[in-house]
Design a protein. Structure first.
Length: 67
């Protein structure tokens, strides 16, 4: 949850309001499934971000060795 709060600059009351609205919209049975999907999406995003960082680092290292 820290990731989302940091990115969107949300406070505790805003997060609670969003959760209550989501509960009304999707119902209690669907919410865990949505949370799992959101968590998986965040993990995949972070993994892709790490892959891009690693690729950039490799390119920079290769360029420095060539110089």
């Amino acid at each position: 949850m820290g990731f989302l709060c940091g990115v969107f600059n949300l406070g505790g009351s805003e997060v609670m309001l969003i959760l209550v609205v989501a509960l009304f919209l999707f119902g209690g049975k669907k919410l865990p499934e949505l949370a799992r999907g959101l968590g998986q999406g965040i993990r995949e995003f972070k993994s892709a971000q790490d892959g891009v960082k690693e690729e950039i680092k490799k390119q920079v290292d290769t360029q420095e060795k060539a110089d």
